[in-house]
Design a protein around this ligand. Structure first.
Ligand SMILES: Cc1cc2nc3c(=O)[nH]c(=O)nc-3n(C[C@H](O)[C@H](O)[C@H](O)COP(=O)(O)OP(=O)(O)OC[C@H]3O[C@@H](n4cnc5c(N)ncnc54)[C@H](O)[C@@H]3O)c2cc1C
Length: 418
């Protein structure tokens, strides 16, 4: 039976190759319907015009209009989907970096309150939230909502109010002079705005194991892997991480995979995972929980074949065969650009804002104005931070959304100050 969905992109490729994973993850996170066609043999490869199953032209994407693109870059995919465009204005009232919950919320409030608003996103709409199979604690969705669905609704809402969303572009440098926030993008272009909101969240921590890079996208995946569940139906899955995201991933895969092993460094799940998730994990009959354990080695050739897990109390090691390891051990912000731009960060790289810039009731030396910084304002006036990237933030969707909205209130005040 053929799939009749009108926007469907057909992707031919091989599981366990980073390029194919990147395409799947990008399309899934952006809520583009995709049909994955595994190419297993040379014959199957030849049937789509390739030489063999190892042909470097994989993955091959066939778009709804029938056009075919071999080994597409993310920019090329965005172009084909009609999303890749330059910012249309030479200057905006507010530029928002990051289209996770904080950035999308800032976009909705900015655009709906009449600000000329642009959002710059380096990957896909939705940020970390888009990798969550089901968000159950977000107000107004008692049955839960998938992160991709939430992000898609937010994108519609923001664009309905006139926000521009520019994806597949990364902000890499900032120059902040009186009244102008200039963001330089990785492709050499720039975005000029009167105020800016940094909502770039955090990047996943890695395990820091010797051959980890080699397996990234080829057996190791960061986050809850919402795009991958359909592919591991016949395989055992290992999840690392004792937080809510690890718990969500475990439950997600337990519905489709024969066996899921959750590896946690702590001695109990209760201290770091919400009670409702702990209950469901204990009730799942195909889930093994290994507390006081950590992954110490990765084995495999072209693709991950097994992980070594060590008991931290006894030193005992066990080998678990798997091609699917999902790493959900939190993350850290990537704010290296802030050093050159003289934006105050804390030791871990989070952007310091508002009251945290004050010492004993007085603004720190980094703050240049007579007035104290607004609540979400960084040490550069008119540059705000919202969501997970901010020092002291609560790592939750609702908080990120709240801060995105709040940042826009302060943008108005800053712009009114002249
Ligand atoms: C698997 C998982 C499940 C979760 N489940 C829940 C849950 O059930 N409930 C809950 O409340 N919270 C949950 N969270 C936490 C929640 O998703 C985050 O707290 C929230 O997404 C933070 O939003 P944010 O906008 O601050 O950052 P992010 O979501 O991290 O978004 C940041 C965005 O900025 C982009 N970006 C980064 N750098 C740049 C740059 N230089 N230029 C342009 N763009 C850039 C990124 O690509 C990303 O899209 C979960 C997190 C994960 C990983």
């Amino acid at each position: 039976m053929t799939d009749e969905r009108p926007n469907l992109v057909k992707v031919y490729g091989r599981t366990g190759t980073p390029q194919c994973y990147a395409v799947r993850d990008f399309l899934y996170s952006n809520d583009v319907p995709l049909e994955w066609v595994e190419v297993r043999t040379d014959e199957e490869a030849r049937a789509i015009g390739l030489d063999s199953v190892t042909d470097p032209r994989l993955p091959v994407c066939v778009f709804p209009d029938g056009t075919r693109v071999e080994r597409p870059t993310i920019q090329r995919l965005s172009e084909k989907l009609g999303w890749f465009h330059d910012p249309s204005r030479t200057e905006y009232d507010v530029a928002i970096y990051g289209a996770g919950p904080a950035g999308l919320s800032a976009a909705v409030y900015g655009a709906s309150e009449g600000l000329k608003t642009v959002v710059i996103e380096r990957w896909a709409i939705g940020g970390q939230a888009a990798s969550s199979p089901k968000i159950e604690n977000y107000l107004g969705f008692p049955g839960g909502i998938s992160g991709v669905d939430l992000a898609d609704r937010a994108r519609d809402q923001a664009t309905k109010f006139g926000a521009e969303i520019v994806i597949a572009r990364e902000g890499v440098r900032g120059e902040f002079t009186a009244g102008r926030r200039v963001g330089y993008l990785a492709d050499g272009s720039k975005v000029v705005a009167r105020a800016a909101v940094v909502a770039t969240g955090i990047d996943y921590h890695r395990l820091n194991l010797p051959n980890e890079d080699r397996f990234s996208g080829a057996g190791i995946y960061y986050g809850a892997g919402a795009s991958e569940a359909a592919l591991c139906t016949a395989h055992p899955v290992v999840v690392v991480g004792g937080g809510n995201s690890g718990a969500q991933a475990t439950l997600h895969f337990s519905r489709t995979s024969p066996r899921v092993t959750l590896v946690v460094r702590g001695d109990t799940l209760k201290s770091s995972i919400s009670a409702y998730l702990v209950e469901r994990i204990h009730a799942a009959t195909n889930v093994d929980v290994l507390t006081n354990n950590e992954v110490t080695a990765l084995e495999g050739d072209a693709m991950l074949d097994a992980v070594i897990v060590r008991n931290r109390l006894t030193g005992e090691c066990r080998r678990i065969e798997t091609h699917w390891l999902f790493v959900c051990i939190g993350g850290a912000p990537r704010t290296e650009w802030a050093v050159e731009a003289k934006v105050t960060r804390d030791e871990a790289g989070y952007l310091v804002t508002g009251p945290d810039l004050m010492n004993g009731g007085q603004p720190s030396e980094a703050w240049p104005l007579d007035r104290p910084p607004y609540h979400l304002e960084t040490s550069v006036p008119g540059l705000f931070a919202a969501g997970d990237v901010r020092h002291g933030s609560v790592k939750r969707c609702a908080s990120a959304v709240g801060e995105g909205a709040m940042a826009i209130t302060f943008v108005h005040r800053y712009l009114a100050d002249g």
